[in-house]
Every structure is written in structure tokens, then in C-alpha cells.
Design a protein around this ligand. Structure first.
Ligand SMILES: [Zn+2]
Length: 258
């Protein structure tokens, strides 16, 4: 677990237990709560985070935010039995539909005993904590149920898996909605963007990443020539995307890898 301070009130906890990617848990210290974004692989790393925060700072209660239903973002929810857990309204159904299969498929990754826990508070468009200067908002993209958190005070934007370096994983064919989400991000006055995953445990992506991700989604939407994405740094993710999208009825352009 690598710990970095981010601006005036953030901690970035970065983990390295899933091959090929680093995974983030982002915590903001508000006036009365810690806001914890995504709960990684189980209760064990969440207890480590609590221990660290209580040691270096105050013992505040937690408000937990799930950016989307995927296993590597919700398995630690069970470490917060007394906390409010917040997510987009559609996350509940998605967890009910997929969590059992994901727990079976990826069980070797669980850290501590995982019990699936769904959010206790959901929102349709946005949810604001004005005293804490935190806003959560709907941001469909990587998945239909994706949501993001904006720390208005620190100008830090947590985007879950919607933004990834160099390109995001896609499992939702509503690309126009995805592009609207990225446009919404671009219109926010943020200084730092924190994604759910990173290719390095120390370098945060620059603002350019938003443009690069949008360019890829536009290319998929418009069925442009995708040969650029057969280059080494994109190939694995791009191929997985085409396989996932084909199952959802998307027809790749002729000559594309599949
Ligand atoms: Zn995901």
C-alpha cells in the first residue's frame, strides 16, 4: 500500500495486487467525515486505511462512495457496517446481478472475508454534501452505473474507471453518453484527476488523459480506422473492448482485430 498526500485534504492509497494495474482508494478528510472512494478487494485493506488515518489524523466517521459495481471497487464495503455507503441508483441492481459470479471468478483476490454489501443511499443525478464541499454525480461511461466525486474545495476529481491510461475498458455501448460524461469532466474546474486504476503507482495522469480517452471513444463510435489501437500500449485493452462490445451487439470495422 503506497500512500500519497493529495492537495490539502486528500490521501491516495495505491495497491498492487491485480496483475497489470495499480488500483486506487481515495480518501478526503472533510469537516465531519472521511469520504472514501471505492473499497478495493476486501475488509483487510480498508482496516489498514482506517488504522493509518486514525494514527495520522482524527477519528471521523466514514461516508463510502462506490464509483460502480465492479468487484475491485466494492469488496471492502463490508468493512463499514455503520457507515453510509453511496452510489448511483442503478448500482444496486448491477451488484445483485453480477457480484456472486464475480466473487466466484476472482475469489483468489479477496483480502479478508468478503461479504457483498450494497450502497445504503443512492442518487439518480447528483448528491451534494454542501457543508463538506463534496458533490457526487452520475457519470455513465465505463459502465452504465458509473458515478464520480468532485471535491469542490480541493478541486480534485475522482472518476473511477471512466478514465484510464492510455484507454478505458468499455462494457457499455452508449458512447455518446460516455463522451458527454468526459465533456462534463472537462467543464469542471479541477486541478487533479484521480482514476480507479493507474499504470504507475506514483505518477498521476495529466489533464490530457481526458482528451485521449475521448478520442478513442469517438473513434469507436464513428467506426474510424482503429489501427492505431493495435499498437503495443493499447492492444490488450482494445482487444478486450472489442470482445466485450461484440457481445453487446457492436460490430467492429472490417479488418479490426478479433
Ligand atoms: Zn470497472
Amino acid at each position: 500500500m503506497k500512500i500519497q498526500r493529495i492537495r490539502s485534504r486528500g490521501w491516495l492509497f495505491t495497491f498492487d495486487d491485480i496483475e497489470g494495474t495499480y488500483t486506487n482508494v481515495y480518501v478526503i478528510q472533510g469537516k465531519q467525515h472521511y469520504f472514501l472512494c471505492d473499497t478495493y478487494l476486501g475488509p483487510k485493506p480498508m482496516e489498514d486505511i482506517k488504522k493509518h488515518l486514525y494514527k495520522v489524523s482524527e477519528e471521523l466517521p466514514f461516508i463510502v462512495f462506490n464509483s460502480h459495481y465492479h468487484w475491485d471497487h466494492i469488496w471492502g464495503n463490508c468493512a463499514f457496517p455503520d457507515s453510509i455507503i453511496v452510489g448511483h441508483a442503478s448500482i444496486i441492481n448491477m451488484i445483485h446481478m453480477y457480484s456472486e459470479a464475480e466473487l466466484f471468478r476472482y475469489k483468489k483476490y479477496q483480502q479478508g472475508t468478503v461479504k457483498i454489501v450494497t450502497p445504503t443511499v443512492v442518487f439518480k443525478y447528483f448528491l451534494a454534501f454542501p457543508d463538506e464541499r463534496i458533490t457526487l454525480f452520475k457519470s455513465p461511461g465505463h459502465t452504465f452505473d458509473s458515478a464520480s466525486l468532485f471535491d469542490v474545495f480541493d478541486k480534485v476529481l475522482y472518476v473511477g474507471d471512466n478514465i484510464e491510461d492510455p484507454i478505458p475498458y468499455l462494457e457499455n455501448t452508449d458512447f455518446e453518453q460516455y463522451l458527454q460524461t468526459i465533456e462534463k469532466y472537462e467543464n469542471l474546474d479541477f486541478k487533479v484527476v484521480i482514476p480507479g486504476h493507474m499504470s504507475s503507482d506514483s505518477i498521476l495522469p495529466s489533464k490530457r488523459i481526458l482528451k485521449n480517452n475521448a478520442k478513442y471513444i469517438k473513434a469507436i463510435l464513428n467506426k474510424e480506422n482503429l489501427s492505431t489501437y493495435q499498437r503495443k500500449k493499447y492492444r490488450i485493452t482494445h482487444r478486450e473492448n472489442l470482445i466485450a462490445l461484440e457481445k453487446l451487439g457492436y460490430i467492429p470495422v472490417e479488418g479490426d482485430i478479433l
